[in-house]
Design a protein around this ligand. Structure first.
Ligand SMILES: O=C[C@H](O)COP(=O)(O)O
Length: 245
């Protein structure tokens, strides 16, 4: 089943999301850019606050928007990893040296940090063969998601559903967790879930359209309801054949 990720701008928004039970709470400050980072102290405090919550969502946190240089990306990732957050999300764009950044992050994976690459669909060509998916897997990344750096148009204006399906298949073939995001709306949920990514990510749709506006509980309920109504496509065990006796 495809799950969902909810981006939260500050600790005060978390109680508005928890009743809707997203699988991942993504700590990200949308007013500070596509991958705007929370303060590390706030991430660590949120991890502590939710640690004992039964069935708590996973927590991810972004490292901020950085130029594609290892000396910028690696220390930022290390700083967020030190908070103990479950997943560290790192953005990759084709400009600069994304390959060298990925290689510089491999030691973090070896230390047990679960990193998720965020690949910007409006910056990379719409073909998973052009993305550094092999390299991410070889470096020990846990997942790769496709998102958009610009928020004016949704993901599906940049990549069509066949291209998105290729992305899901390609990342899955590398044993990476797979996510799709980028100004997604409730109306996108059935078609994108049918591609079977591990999760779909939302911010704008949870705020009634404007991602910096703050969480709107009614908009959250619309997203959660759309997921609750999806068919369960998980393969079921076959009933055993009747015995011949
Ligand atoms: O990680 C997911 C993003 O926060 C999605 O934000 P968005 O729906 O505003 O593009």
């Amino acid at each position: 089943m495809t799950g969902w990720l909810a981006s939260v701008a500050n600790p005060a928004e978390i109680p508005l999301l928890l009743p809707a039970a997203p699988g991942i709470l993504d700590l990200k400050d949308p007013s500070a850019g596509a991958l705007g980072a929370w303060a590390a102290d706030d991430i660590a405090a949120t991890m502590r606050a939710l640690a004992a919550l039964p069935g708590r969502p996973w927590l991810s946190a972004t490292i901020g928007d950085h130029p594609m240089r290892p000396e910028a990306v690696e220390p930022a990732a290390r700083r967020i990893a030190a908070t103990g957050v479950d997943f560290v999300k790192i953005g990759f764009a084709p400009d600069g040296a994304p390959d060298r950044c990925i290689d510089a992050l491999a030691p973090l994976a070896a230390e047990g940090v679960q990193m998720v690459a965020v690949l910007f669909a409006d910056l990379w060509p719409p073909d998973p063969g052009c993305l550094p998916i092999d390299r991410l897997a070889a470096a020990g990344f846990r997942g790769a998601m496709l998102d958009t750096a610009g928020k004016r148009h949704g993901l599906r204006r940049h990549w069509d559903d066949a291209q998105l399906s290729n992305f899901v298949c390609c990342t899955r073939a590398h044993n990476l967790l797979t996510g799709l995001a980028g100004s997604l709306r409730v109306a996108d949920i059935p078609a994108l879930s049918a591609l079977s990514p591990d999760y779909l990510g939302f911010r704008g749709a949870l705020c009634g359209g404007e991602r910096t506006a703050g969480i709107d509980p009614q908009a959250v309920a619309r997203v959660a309801t759309a997921f609750a109504g999806l068919p369960d496509l998980t393969p079921q065990p076959r009933p055993s054949a009747p015995s011949r006796s």
